[in-house]
Design a protein around this ligand. Structure first.
Ligand SMILES: [Cu+2]
Length: 136
C-alpha cells in the first residue's frame, strides 16, 4: 500500500513531459519505437543547421538547404524547446532518431549528390544537403 501511494505521488509530481527526467532515465536519446541512430560521426563540422520550432510546421531546419563540398561535415543542433524531432535521410543513409533540445548530430558527406531528409514524425519538416565535388 505504501509503495503504490508513493508511485501515485511521483506521478502527480512529475508531469508527462518531464517524467523521464524525474525517473532518472539516463538515456540521451529517447526514441519512439525501435529507431537506432546511424550515420553520425565525430568530424569537425564546416556547416551548421539548427532544428527549431516553427508556428506553421511545428519544426523546421535552418537553413533548409545547405551546399557543401564532398568530404565536409554538417552538424545539426536541436534547439527546439517543446517537442522532439529527427534528422532522417529519405534514403536511410543517416538518421538521428527522435531527439530533444541540446542534441547534436554530425554527418560527413563523402560523395556528391543531393541528400533529402525529413523529420520522422512531422512530414512537413524537410531539408536537403547538396554535395558538390570536393576541391583539390
Ligand atoms: Cu519534427
Amino acid at each position: 500500500m505504501r509503495l503504490s501511494k508513493l508511485v501515485i505521488a511521483l506521478a502527480l509530481i512529475c508531469p508527462p513531459m518531464v517524467l523521464a527526467a524525474c525517473g532518472g532515465g539516463a538515456a540521451a536519446s529517447r526514441d519512439s519505437g525501435n529507431c537506432t541512430p546511424n550515420g553520425a560521426g565525430e568530424a569537425t563540422a564546416t556547416h551548421l543547421i539548427k532544428v527549431v520550432s516553427d508556428p506553421t510546421t511545428l519544426g523546421t531546419y535552418v537553413p533548409k538547404t545547405v551546399t557543401v563540398s564532398a568530404g565536409q561535415s554538417i552538424k545539426w543542433t536541436f534547439t527546439e524547446q517543446s517537442m522532439q524531432h529527427s534528422v532522417t535521410a529519405d534514403d536511410g543513409a543517416f538518421d538521428s532518431c527522435l531527439q530533444g533540445t541540446g542534441f547534436t548530430f554530425t554527418v560527413t558527406f563523402a560523395k556528391p549528390g543531393t541528400y533529402a531528409y525529413h523529420c520522422s514524425i512531422h512530414a512537413q519538416m524537410t531539408g536537403a544537403v547538396v554535395v558538390r565535388e570536393g576541391g583539390a
